[in-house]
Design a protein around this ligand. Sequence first.
Ligand code: ZN
Length: 156
Amino acid sequence: MDKQELYQQMILSHNKKPKNYGKLENYNFIADGFNPLCGDHYRLYLSVNENIIEEISFEGEGCAISKASASMMTEAVKGKKIDEIETIFNDFHLLITGKLNPETDEHKLGKLSVFSGVCKYPSRIKCAILSWHTMKKAVNTPKEKFNEEDFIKTED
Ligand code: ZN
């Protein structure tokens, strides 16, 4: 199976059966994200304890890339420390903007490296990064401070 086929298969399977989909029972952090160019909109629920994302889930709708990316993002960050996530986020951003080659550059992307092809489609970069920006906002937004008017809009 080549890279393109692997990518398509991952997108299809995560889109059909997203991981960690639905509202989290006991969450303490939350954020909304919206990509106006495509209409993708998601809400993330996190249970954070001592700087570790113990549980994470998402709700919402959007295109196949945004949903598969959200699903794989939740798998990638679950159980990780917040400062580790910063590294993965940065690697992912470099990957989808074509500045990191997963075959030759060092990275912490794991399965997320299938998204390398997104850099060829600039309009899809926002779809792929939406849930990541939303997650970064969520770790700074305790439930008590959540305001529905204040959501992440993907700009780059
Ligand atoms: Zn989209």
